[in-house]
Design a protein around this ligand. Structure first.
Ligand code: ADP
Ligand code: MG
Length: 357
């Protein structure tokens, strides 16, 4: 399959092959849901409502009020390397950075039964289509017509993913319990809700009337989202990081707990160029700064978002890739560390001053 894709000049052939390896993208339910959330956000949704069953293994449904998908595009959206997003990337280098563009939906259709209901603003009604292995399929086995069908629906898109890994028993067996998969989904959705505060996120167990696992309001602030997800206690103790490093073309934003707050298990939320990833070097650097303030074996709450030129981020920033690396990593880490140090020092001093007054 690698030969059928025009290779951009930057990445090595080995990388291209790995990115095209079918089924690589989705290892656990949360990987799929994360991709679907990113699509809803890309579509300009201000509300994203998700429901999952059995830790996402039986069902994951995501409904957004974004731009919707045109009827003609419903034929293609689930094919590998079909994307409506290339015009956004201004040069080949950044296309290479997002080399897995147009892979997510295709990958999901290879490992689950997928249906899409979507309506654009100018369409008279919504259309529903079913997919398997990147292709449109009839809704039932006895049916022969795979064409999308008109149906009722609001502007936006509802994607339903059922029976994840129905065709890969080894992958199914490698999963944790439904409760653990569910917890991981709650964790990831909560983190996206914080990064994208202002967009309303709702996550609940399908068909259950119990309280939602995640619920944030449209138009809320980032602190509102932290409060909704991690509680009022930590939300009261947050300092804002907001800085730039022009030499690196770097923008740093964050919400971090102050020097007087700590918990036995910390929270570390890290987004780079709007993708949720792990970055051990930054994590370690941040923990080192806090170690001077917090009691032993306690940790802070840290939400950190970095924006940098796309071509500086390793092309291996893949949906299942846990760790991210980027150009000038040591300098970036040091910059963040300094910003944090200044902030914590400042908060500590003002507190002392306040108590003395
Ligand atoms: P990518 O996001 O990299 O383009 P995907 O496989 O995730 O690739 O999605 C393929 C295409 O399907 C997108 O480019 C977009 O045009 C369309 N799409 C997917 N999800 C949505 C959605 N929720 N709303 C509108 N369009 C969507
Ligand atoms: Mg996508």
């Amino acid at each position: 399959p690698a030969a059928s894709v025009a290779a951009p000049p930057t990445p090595s052939p080995a990388r291209r092959i790995r990115m095209l390896d079918p089924g690589v993208v989705i290892q656990r339910p949360f990987n799929a849901l994360k991709e679907l959330m990113e699509n809803s956000l890309d579509a300009g949704a201000t509300s994203i409502v998700m429901s999952v069953k059995a830790g996402g293994m039986k069902l994951m449904q995501i409904a957004d009020n974004g731009s919707g998908i045109h009827l003609d595009d419903l034929d293609l959206v689930c094919e590998r390397h079909t994307t409506s997003k290339l015009e956004r990337f201004d040069d080949l280098k950044s296309i290479a950075t997002f080399g897995f563009r147009g892979e997510a939906l295709a990958s999901v259709t290879r490992v689950a039964h997928v249906s899409i209901i979507s309506k654009t603003a100018d369409a008279k009604c919504a259309y529903k289509a079913h997919y398997a292995d990147e292709k449109l399929v009839p809704p039932t086995a006895s049916d022969t017509n795979a064409r999308p069908r008109p149906c009722a629906g609001n502007k936006g898109t509802i994607i339903t993913v059922e029976d994840l890994f129905y065709n890969i028993s080894t992958r199914r067996k490698a999963l944790k319990s439904p409760a653990e998969e569910h917890a991981k989904i709650v964790d990831v959705v909560g983190k996206y809700a914080i990064h994208n505060s202002g967009v309303s996120f709702t996550l609940k167990k399908h068909g259950e009337t119990t309280a939602a696992d995640v619920r944030t309001a449209a138009g809320g602030t980032r602190i509102d989202a932290v409060r909704a997800i991690y509680g009022a206690q930590v939300a009261r103790e947050l300092l804002e990081l907001d800085g730039t490093e022009p030499k690196l073309d770097l923008v740093v934003k964050g919400l971090v707990s102050n020097a007087d707050y700590s918990m036995p298990r910390g929270t570390f939320i890290f987004f780079i160029n709007h993708r949720l990833v792990d970055c051990p070097s930054i994590r370690k650097a941040i923990e080192t700064v806090y170690a001077a303030y917090l009691p032993k074996k306690t940790f802070p709450f840290v939400y950190l978002s970095l924006l940098m030129p796309g071509q500086n981020v390793d092309v291996n920033i893949h949906p299942t890739k846990k760790e991210v690396h980027f150009l000038h990593e040591d300098v970036v880490v040091e910059t963040v560390q300094k910003m944090l140090e200044a902030k914590l020092l400042g908060s500590n001093a003002s507190r002392t001053f306040y108590t003395q007054a």
